[in-house]
Design a protein around this ligand. Structure first.
Ligand code: SAM
Length: 200
């Protein structure tokens, strides 16, 4: 008698596991997870900032709970998702490629992050007021860099600016910190600036 009830319990348990798997395999979540596996693999080709550099940026910029961070050219949102998940930052991204903007929104949704994605050319959209602006500078053309500087000058005095590779003129921005960081493609400089109160 005892054997029968043990067998029934095992059978019930197996059915429950099978049901869970069936539910999982038919869900959007599963397909999302499969896409995420590819996502890790092509982080390099997307030119994303690796996690160890994101951590240095967060520490140098004193990121914490509720820090509003704006990533100019957020790509698929990996940097923003990391800062939101690990440091509790409030992420905002500007991205000109609509498919990448959608990927960022999907990532936020999957991780239950409440963030904002603005799809458009950074030169043409309105920038929200934030505590930290991040610029992975390698992807911008020289003409875009001029516009970038003009926009950065409009940010509030308390806004920190973290820039990879690009140098901002110290006549207009105070260089607060600079450190060498390693990317998959080689070493680069991370610079932290603040807008100068009295531009020279
Ligand atoms: C190298 S990815 C960086 C992604 C992310 N910021 C990171 O560090 O992981 C640069 C992104 O900037 C976007 N981008 C380039 N020019 C832009 C522009 N003018 N306005 C908005 N996004 C732009 C590209 O589409 C690309 O997704």
């Amino acid at each position: 008698m005892a054997t029968v009830s043990v067998n029934r319990a095992v059978l019930t348990w197996r059915l429950a596991v099978a049901w869970t798997w069936l539910w999982h395999f038919s869900s959007d979540q599963m397909w999302y997870e499969i896409r995420q596996l590819g996502r890790v693999a092509d982080s390099y080709t997307q030119g994303e900032t690796p996690a160890h550099v994101l951590r240095v940026i967060a520490e140098k910029a004193e990121m914490g709970l509720g820090t509003r961070v704006l990533d100019i050219g957020c790509g698929r949102g990996s940097a923003l998702a990391y800062w939101a998940s690990v440091f509790g930052a409030e992420p905002i991204g500007i991205e000109e490629v609509p498919a990448l903007g959608t990927a960022t929104r999907e990532l936020f949704k999957c991780l239950s992050i409440s963030g904002t994605v603005i799809v458009g050319d950074f030169a043409e959209v309105e920038w929200p007021d934030v505590d930290l602006i991040y610029i992975a500078g390698t992807c911008f053309s020289p003409s875009a860099v001029g516009e970038l500087q003009r926009r950065l000058l409009q940010s509030s005095a308390k806004t920190k600016i973290a820039v990879i590779t690009l140098e901002l003129p110290t006549t207009l921005f105070d260089l607060v910190d600079a450190v060498s960081v390693r990317f998959p493609w080689g070493k680069s400089m991370l610079r932290i600036y603040e807008p100068r109160l009295n531009p020279v």
